[in-house]
Write a protein of this length. Structure first.
Length: 111
């Protein structure tokens, strides 16, 4: 029996950290940043500044979904976003953006 018969390779994964790559793309692509990222962060800042509770999932899911779709389309990836990104990947993207941008919001950016 061969070792590859015990383990199925994960064909959905690429040769790099896709979560990290999507977050970098979302922040550095000028069109995506201007159209989606900045408005989403400004909305989070407004919610935080008014003292309301931030519902990360409902406020960040549209940003993450649009980031993933734009990323896959722009780089012509061979798989559909739903096949390439797991729920854990989506959650990791959301958590990373939220934790890093929360500091910027508290410093007064996105006003």
């Amino acid at each position: 029996m061969k070792i590859n018969e015990f383990m199925q390779p994960d064909e959905n994964k690429l040769g790099y950290d896709i979560v990290d790559d999507v977050v970098v793309f979302m922040r550095n692509d000028p069109v995506f940043y201007r159209k989606h990222y900045f408005p989403a962060m400004a909305k989070l800042a407004d919610t935080l500044n008014t003292g309301k509770e931030i519902n990360r999932k409902s406020q960040m899911n549209p940003l993450v979904d649009s980031g993933i779709n734009t990323y896959c389309k722009k780089f012509n990836l061979p798989k559909k976003p739903a096949d390439l990104f797991t729920l854990d990947d989506r959650s990791a993207i959301m958590d990373r953006i939220y934790s890093e941008e929360l500091e910027n919001i508290k410093k007064g950016e996105y006003q």
